[in-house]
Design a protein around this ligand. Structure first.
Ligand SMILES: Cc1cc2nc3c(=O)[nH]c(=O)nc-3n(C[C@H](O)[C@H](O)[C@H](O)COP(=O)(O)OP(=O)(O)OC[C@H]3O[C@@H](n4cnc5c(N)ncnc54)[C@H](O)[C@@H]3O)c2cc1C
Length: 396
């Protein structure tokens, strides 16, 4: 489908709707922040300095990070602090997907903490109509190196077998709780060398908990050339085994790392040849999910305007209500507001991924956001362009 000549049913150019939730002062602050982030040298310097200052417990570091990049991209330091952000989004018809931000953990104690936090987020979701889903990473509850071993099919030592049993138990407890509280759970996709192990666990959870409604969602990275086929075979498997498929679609976040590892270890890269191939598979995957919306509940998790237009158009063409519970859109908090809030205004199921947690815990996430918004070519970022347009409209 080409959208070139289509009479678009939604307009992402509307910056008034995109930034209605921001006061003039907040808008100016966002412009300043994105301008700073546009500079890669500054981002590199800021990331190093910020990490060191936090490590040495320098008192100004927490405040400086909190008032700038944290407030832009995170909901709050705790669930209760995040409530204000959730309410603000909901006032603009936008739902929240809670994402406990701690990453790269290695001890059983940390994994149990992530489980408890996820259970608390699910309880929070039960009490808040504006929080239908929470998100989690399998590596938040299981050790990365153990997942790697499982994927390789290497025989586990006795203590590793026990460790794996505990990890499966944690994941099962979380999914069971999600079902009881009728709150969905998105499992993120991660690196390809642990993703088979993740897929196996998430499929097990879907088979157990998605019998009547979709509670558990797997994530499909369309920058991998084998994932469109995998999405379809996952759907076939779900139909055969009698459960519904939950599918969050993303392009994928670890492209450089994937390509580099494949090169170093001398195996064919799992990544598509170019961006066009990724885009093409992504949009085909969207279409596949919408065509099968009765047995797949999907989330179109992207900042790509075309992919969002494309899904909106598909719903229109197929006469599916904009707010069908199986069809969702999602962007990260603090980014692509022109997409989220215009979709929300158009009556679509629009949501923001809202990370929360102690500042120290969410630092890796914040550094990724800063890098994503910096520009080697010196070109102004898409976010900054949009903010500037809205400032011009408001005559600021
Ligand atoms: C709500 C939400 C949840 C997410 N969850 C996950 C997750 O669980 N796991 C995960 O890995 N990522 C996740 N992401 C990140 C996502 O995978 C993308 O990295 C990010 O959203 C940028 O892609 P895009 O579709 O928004 O935009 P675009 O700017 O259109 O696409 C950029 C993406 O295209 C791909 N790409 C770029 N250049 C090339 C090339 N030369 N060849 C092939 N492909 C290329 C890469 O994946 C790149 O990230 C999530 C994103 C969102 C919004």
């Amino acid at each position: 489908m080409s959208l070139k000549d289509a009479n678009l049913i939604i307009d992402f150019k509307d910056t008034k709707i995109a930034f209605e939730h921001k006061s003039n002062e907040e808008l100016k602050k966002a412009a300043w922040l994105f301008k700073m982030m546009n500079n890669p040298k500054l981002v590199k310097f800021g990331s190093t300095l910020g990490l060191k200052a936090l490590k040495w417990n320098l008192p100004f570091a927490q405040t400086a990070i909190k008032k700038t990049i944290f407030d832009q991209f995170c909901g709050g330091r705790s669930l209760s602090e995040t409530q204000k952000t959730i309410n603000l989004l909901y006032e603009h018809n936008t739902l929240t997907i809670l994402d406990y931000g701690a990453e790269a953990k290695t001890t059983e104690q940390d994994f149990n903490k992530t489980m408890s936090e996820t259970l608390a987020a699910i309880d929070f979701g039960e009490m808040n109509a504006s929080v239908p889903v929470v998100s989690a990473k399998i590596t938040g509850m299981a050790r990365f190196a153990l997942l790697e071993k499982i994927q390789l099919g290497v025989e586990l030592m006795d203590r590793e077998k026990k460790e794996w049993e505990s990890a499966l138990k944690r994941i099962d407890v979380v999914c069971h709780h999600a079902l009881n509280k009728k709150v969905g759970i998105f499992f993120d996709a991660e690196e390809s060398w642990i993703q088979d192990a993740i897929d196996k666990v998430v499929n097990m959870m879907m088979e157990k908990y998605n019998k009547r409604q979709v509670i558990v969602y797997n994530t499909f990275q369309m920058y991998r050339h084998d994932r469109l086929e995998y999405l379809m075979s996952s759907h076939e498997e779900a139909k055969e085994k009698g459960y519904l498929l939950g599918a969050k679609l993303v392009r994928g976040a670890y492209m450089e790392k994937e390509r580099e590892r494949a090169k170093i270890k001398n195996y064919p890269s799992p990544i598509q040849a170019d961006k066009n191939a990724t885009d093409s598979d992504y949009n085909s995957a969207l279409q596949y999910c919408i065509m099968n919306y009765e047995t797949i509940s999907s989330c179109n998790a992207t900042h790509n305007e075309f992919s969002n237009y494309f899904q909106a158009e598909l719903l229109d063409q197929m006469d599916i209500p904009n707010n069908h519970p199986h069809i969702n859109f999602c962007q990260l908090y603090g980014m692509s507001d022109q997409i989220t809030f215009n979709l929300a205004k158009g009556g679509f199921n629009a949501a923001k991924y809202v990370p929360y947690g102690a500042i120290k815990e969410v630092i890796p996430y914040l550094i990724r956001r800063a890098n994503e918004n910096s520009s080697v070519s010196g070109e102004m970022s898409r976010e900054l362009k949009l903010i500037k347009e809205e400032m011009k409209r408001r005559r600021l």
